[in-house]
Design a protein around this ligand. Structure first.
Ligand code: BES
Ligand code: ZN
Ligand code: ZN
Length: 522
């Protein structure tokens, strides 16, 4: 970051602006003050080093070109994602952050499977908003940079931090579009980003706070604040027993925490009998590995092993906020994977809802057990589509890292929709194989119909896990999203702070939007 901060901007130019006194005043005291984030494109030629956006142009004109002047004298042209702050330039905006947007003509890059223009806006705006937050500026107006939806996402995602349990919190910042008429697009962007932030909140929360029961209650509350076309069923252990979900129960009984099967319905379609999209999410609120216990180092991250449940429930909550005209059902088996005297033991055999028996050779492969029963249950709703999301395998992280969610699907149609959605959101997906090759490795079991780990244990671990899930699916349009690799963020996604990422909530939302639009057409 190059900072033309207090004292770093040449004094001569400040005196020329006649605002040196204001500068000192504003630097000392920001409470109640306003900041502005402006984007600037990377110039092509030397003589056009500064290319403002429309908003930047307007702002600069309103102060007689002083911003352009200061940008020129304060350092080299701003590279993508770099920023510079100016103080006291405008009486309404004591703080102005200018951020590099990169190439003005950036667009969809098919090799990168990403809309780089949109990603540049999200990243730039996030940098600017965070800088103003660090300066404790409580009100920020944001240049929409020609795409208010993305600018809103960058602002709201960029500012999120889980600090509920800390005494010292970051300044609460309100964001709004600067001089823009694109209010509806801005608001949609805010809604998408708040959806992802809900998932991040649930994933980041420690497991002693976020239990199966509290997860269900938070989603119930969030959903009820969106629409009246909502049904929430928080199913108890006795219901799960009645449903004969033996695989789910076998995992849950290893913990003192009661399991919950969360079932949510958003009935947005005008035709109530219309087939729903059914989303299923892995909801392990803590994964110790069970008797096949995990190594101690990094085990705390397994509080986010309910990321599948968090992202699908947050996506449905967002769909309800957007009042989309279609029906969506969310199913989340929620429990802990712990070790007590009743916990699964390697070699135990359990029976899933569809009658298939499973040899549990590794108790740490628990996600597929709870999903098996939830997938069977999903078929009761005559679904148009079944999509499940799960932090299922470490092997998925080995394969793709945090670049993309791995998608295993039996449907080219579904794949195309998921891929298209991800190009818009920047939260990518990548197709993975569902070969019989992998199925063979989970259907050869000594004691049961299936084994919960592949015959060659580590090889192709994400693929054998997907093949296992497929044994519980009969619908023609099903996709399994392995989100283990995208569970958390260090600094790979520039507009997300370090922590649990809530990916790919926005891609799921965009996917729902695309199917609702297809519904409207037909
Ligand atoms: N929750 C883990 C997978 C995981 C690992 C998610 C890292 C996020 C980050 C899952 O339950 C698990 O432990 N899977 C095992 C399966 C193995 C025993 C076949 C794994 O990946 O090691
Ligand atoms: Zn596990
Ligand atoms: Zn797990």
């Amino acid at each position: 970051m190059s900072l033309a901060a207090c004292g770093k901007v040449p004094l001569r130019s400040l005196l020329r602006t006649g605002l040196a006194w204001n500068l000192l005043r504003f630097c000392r005291h920001n409470s109640g003050s306003k900041g502005l984030v402006l984007g600037v494109y990377e110039g092509g030629k030397v003589d056009e080093a500064i290319q403002f956006t429309k908003a930047g142009e307007l702002f600069d004109n309103s102060i007689s070109g002083r911003l352009k002047e200061l940008l020129t004298i304060s350092g080299p042209a701003l590279k993508k994602g770099r920023s510079r702050i100016f103080y006291g330039l405008h009486q309404d905006f004591p703080h102005v952050v200018v951020v590099g947007l990169g190439d003005k003509n950036a667009e969809v890059n098919s090799l990168e499977q990403c809309d780089e223009g949109k990603e540049n806006i999200r990243a730039a705006v996030a940098v600017g908003c965070r800088q103003l937050q660090d300066l404790e500026v409580p009100h920020v107006e944001v240049d929409t940079c020609g795409d208010a939806h993305c600018a809103a996402e960058g602002s709201v995602l960029g500012l999120f931090e889980y600090n509920e349990l800390k005494k010292k919190k970051k300044t609460a910042v309100t964001v709004k579009p600067y001089g823009s008429l694109e209010n509806a697009a801005w608001q949609r962007g805010v809604t998408y980003a708040e959806g992802q932030n809900l998932a991040r909140h649930l994933m980041e929360a420690p497991a002693n706070y976020l239990t199966p029961t509290s997860f269900a209650e938070i989603i119930q509350q969030a959903l009820h604040s969106t629409s009246d076309k909502i049904e929430v069923h928080i199913r108890s252990k006795s219901w799960i027993e009645e449903q004969q979900m033996g695989a789910f129960l076998s995992v849950a009984k290893g913990s003192d925490e009661e399991p919950v099967f969360l079932e949510i319905h958003y009935n947005g379609s005008t035709v109530s009998s219309e087939s729903p999209l059914v989303f299923v999410g892995k909801g392990i609120t803590f994964d110790s590995g069970g008797v096949s216990i995990k190594p101690a180092s990094g085990m705390d991250a397994m509080r986010a092993d309910m990321g599948g449940a968090a992202t699908i429930c947050s996506a449905i909550t967002t769909a309800a906020s957007l009042k989309l005209p279609l029906n969506v059902i969310g199913l989340a088996p929620l429990c802990e994977n712990m070790v007590n005297g009743r916990a699964n033991k390697p070699g135990d055999v359990v029976r899933a809802k569809n009658g298939k028996t499973i040899q549990v050779d590794n108790t740490d492969a628990e996600g597929r057990l709870i999903l098996a029963d939830a997938l069977c249950y999903a078929h009761n709703f005559n679904p148009k589509v079944v999509v499940n999301a799960a932090t299922l395998t470490g092997a998925m992280d080995v394969a793709l890292g945090s670049a993309a969610t791995g998608v295993f699907t039996n449907s080219d149609w579904l794949w195309e929709h998921l891929k298209a959605a991800s190009i818009v959101t920047g939260d990518r997906v990548w197709r993975m194989p569902l070969f019989q090759h992998y199925t063979k490795q989970v259907t050869e079991s000594q004691l049961a119909d299936l084994n919960n780990i592949g015959k060659y244990s580590r090889s192709g671990g994400a693929c054998t896990a997907a093949a296992f899930l497929q044994e519980f699916v009969t619908v023609p349009h099903w996709a399994h999203l392995d989100i283990a690799g995208v569970m958390s963020n260090k600094d790979e996604v520039p507009y997300l702070r370090k922590g649990m990422a809530g990916r790919p909530t926005r891609t799921l939302v965009e996917f729902i939007v695309s199917l609702s639009q297809e519904n409207q057409k037909s």
